[in-house]
Write a protein that binds this ligand. Structure first.
Ligand code: SF4
Length: 319
């Protein structure tokens, strides 16, 4: 209902009743431009943006000021996505040429209290997770590696081999990854997946891998966030599009992003590269993609080492 109201505010009458504040809900894109009658004064534009922010119920003490077509946003919210949403909303409003986003992200006290204190506790809690439909009877496959690893490598989800052994990256794709890591001189890394349960469809006796949906990745991001928060790697590597989405919130095609660093939703940055399973599936380009994976891992190892030396203390990732 709230989303419907926001859509109405984005598209329809200039003055609408407000909905009660509510901190829940999914952050959706603000692709649609917000029309304001041409020539309106800055104050009216500010009112329009403030009205929409208020309707979401996501912002506390929100205030909007527009001076010479520059929008200044203040207030607090609970996630980076919501902060970004407010900026995008203002930027797409007619009459706004620039946005100064001063909204602060403050995590809800109850959310912080719900966070596991240790990696072992997080893993134990994930064993009974039912945030999405991929839970039992499959086995939960938690990450593996040094708990103070400077490098974290994130894949999509466990496959058949991983489900059977309850360990990440033990099938053919995992073997390819481990060989490429050795070749690249990677330090001991923490290996995990964006989604912790195997998704498949049954064909005869075979369990055919299926990619998790966006919703499943969103649900499971809680656990990936806990792993990153507790391990605090200097650098995280995303293998493939699902891991890249889980870590950055962006779903753009991988081809143009491979080999680049992008900011992670929860702080730190992410080096994006191929998933080894995609390399195994690729025919004519397989050798080239494998070389690119090794080159990316080599770069990741270098960056992690460099940051370890430069920082002396851990702290590349926040949550
Ligand atoms: S896939 Fe992730 S969110 Fe879904 S049940 Fe498993 S651990 Fe929970």
């Amino acid at each position: 209902m709230r989303i419907l109201l926001i859509l109405l505010l984005l598209t329809a009458a200039p003055v609408l009743a407000q909905t009660p504040a509510d901190a829940g809900g999914e952050v959706t894109s603000t692709d649609q431009a917000v029309d304001v009658e041409p020539g309106l004064a800055d104050t009216r534009i500010a009112e329009r943006i403030a009205q929409i922010l208020d309707a979401t119920g996501w912002y506390s003490d929100a205030s909007v000021r527009v001076d010479d077509s520059i929008a200044f946003l203040d207030g607090t919210t609970t996630t980076t996505e919501r902060k970004t949403w407010a900026r995008d909303l203002a930027a797409k409003t007619t009459g706004v040429v620039a946005v100064v986003n001063r909204i602060e992200v403050e995590q809800a006290v109850e959310l912080i209290a719900a966070m596991p204190a240790t990696l072992d506790q997080a893993r134990a809690e994930a064993e009974t997770c039912s945030r999405c439909d991929l839970c039992a009877p499959r086995r939960m496959v938690w990450g593996e590696g040094p708990t103070d690893a400077s490098l974290m490598i994130v894949g999509e989800a466990p496959g058949d081999h991983e489900d059977q052994q309850a360990r990440p990256f033990v099938g053919p794709a995992g073997q390819l990854l481990r060989a490429a890591m050795a070749e690249a001189g990677c330090p001991p890394a923490y290996l995990t997946n964006a989604v912790k349960h195997f998704k498949f469809r049954q064909r005869g006796k075979q369990r055919l891998h299926q990619s998790p949906t966006r919703g499943e990745i969103d649900h499971c991001r809680w656990w990936l966030d806990q792993e990153r928060r507790l391990i605090r790697p200097r650098l995280t590597v995303a293998l493939g599009a699902s891991a890249a989405f889980a870590l950055t919130g962006r779903r753009a095609a991988l081809t143009s992003r491979r080999g680049t660093l992008e900011p992670a939703i929860r702080g730190g940055d992410v080096l994006i590269t191929w998933h080894p399973a995609a390399i195994l599936r690729a025919r004519s380009r397989g050798a080239e993609m494998r070389a690119e994976l090794a080159a990316d891992l080599s770069r990741a190892a270098g960056l992690a080492k460099e940051r370890m030396g430069a920082q002396g203390v851990r702290g590349a990732t926040s949550l």
